[in-house]
Design a protein around this ligand. Structure first.
Ligand SMILES: [Zn+2]
Length: 221
C-alpha cells in the first residue's frame, strides 16, 4: 500500500533529484540522504564532547564529526537554502544534547549573523537549527545576541588579531541575567566564534553557557 502511494506521489511530485549529503543525482531514500550517506553519517555520530578551550562553556554536545555527508548537509542548508533540512539536523542536535543532561538549561541562543549577511541569505541557519532542537528539548529560542561587527574577513588576519577582531564582535540584546543558555551553531571549528558569543552572554549576566552544534571539526576525522 505504501509502495503504491509512493509511486502515485512520485507521479505528482517527481522524486527529489539530489542526495543532500554527496550531491548524487541518484536521489535519496530517507532523511534527504542516499543509503551510502546515511550509513556514513551514522559512523560520524559525536554526541557529548569537549567544549572549545577557553573555559567559557560548562559542557558541549555535537551531532556529528564534520566532513562527508555532515558537511554536505551543512552546505545544503546554508548556501543552497534547503531549509527543510533543519528538522532532521535539529533532531540530531537534540539527541546529542540529551547526552549531557541534566544541565538546567532554560533557553537556546543561536549564533547571530551580521545584518548585511542576513539580508543576503534571508535566514539565519543557526536560528533554524536552534528552533528545531529547542522544540524537541521543550525549550524556547531567544535571539539574544547581535553581531555588531562583520567578521567575515577573519581568514586574512593573524591569530592574535583574529582573536581581537572577534572579542567584541557580539553583544547581548536581550536580558540573559541568571539564565542557563545553550549556544547554537551549525559547525564548531576553532571555537573562536563560540567563545566570543559565550563571553558576551556571560558578560551580560548569564549563569552558564553550553555549546550545541550540528557538527564539530576535529583533526582526527
Ligand atoms: Zn549521498
Amino acid at each position: 500500500m505504501n509502495r503504491l502511494f509512493d509511486a502515485l506521489l512520485g507521479l505528482i511530485y517527481p522524486r527529489r533529484a539530489q542526495c543532500m549529503g554527496c550531491g548524487s543525482q541518484a536521489g535519496f531514500e530517507r532523511d534527504w540522504l542516499c543509503e551510502d550517506c546515511r550509513q556514513q553519517l551514522a559512523r560520524r555520530w559525536a554526541g557529548p564532547g569537549q567544549p572549545p578551550p577557553g573555559g567559557m562553556f560548562l559542557g558541549a554536545a555535537y551531532g556529528y564529526h564534520y566532513g562527508g555527508p555532515a558537511g554536505g548537509l551543512v552546505r545544503s542548508l546554508k548556501y543552497r537554502g534547503v531549509t527543510r533540512l533543519a528538522p532532521m539536523m535539529g533532531r540530531a542536535m537534540a539527541s546529542a544534547f540529551d547526552g549531557i543532561q541534566p544541565t538546567g538549561a532554560d533557553c537556546l541562543v543561536p549564533v547571530p549573523m551580521h545584518r548585511k549577511r542576513l539580508r543576503q541569505r534571508g535566514f539565519n541557519h543557526a536560528a533554524l537549527l536552534a528552533r528545531e532542537a529547542g522544540t524537541l528539548l521543550a525549550l524556547p529560542t531567544l535571539e539574544a545576541l547581535e553581531r555588531v561587527r562583520n567578521t567575515r574577513q577573519q581568514a586574512r588576519l593573524s591569530a592574535s588579531k583574529r582573536r581581537r577582531n572577534m572579542d567584541d564582535a557580539f553583544k547581548a540584546v536581550e536580558d540573559v541575567r541568571g539564565r542557563r543558555v545553550i549556544l547554537v551553531d551549525d559547525v564548531c571549528t576553532t571555537g573562536a566564534t563560540a567563545n566570543a558569543c559565550a563571553k558576551a552572554l556571560l558578560d551580560a549576566g548569564a549563569e552558564a553557557v553550553y555549546l550545541l552544534c550540528f557538527a564539530v571539526a576535529s583533526e582526527d576525522k
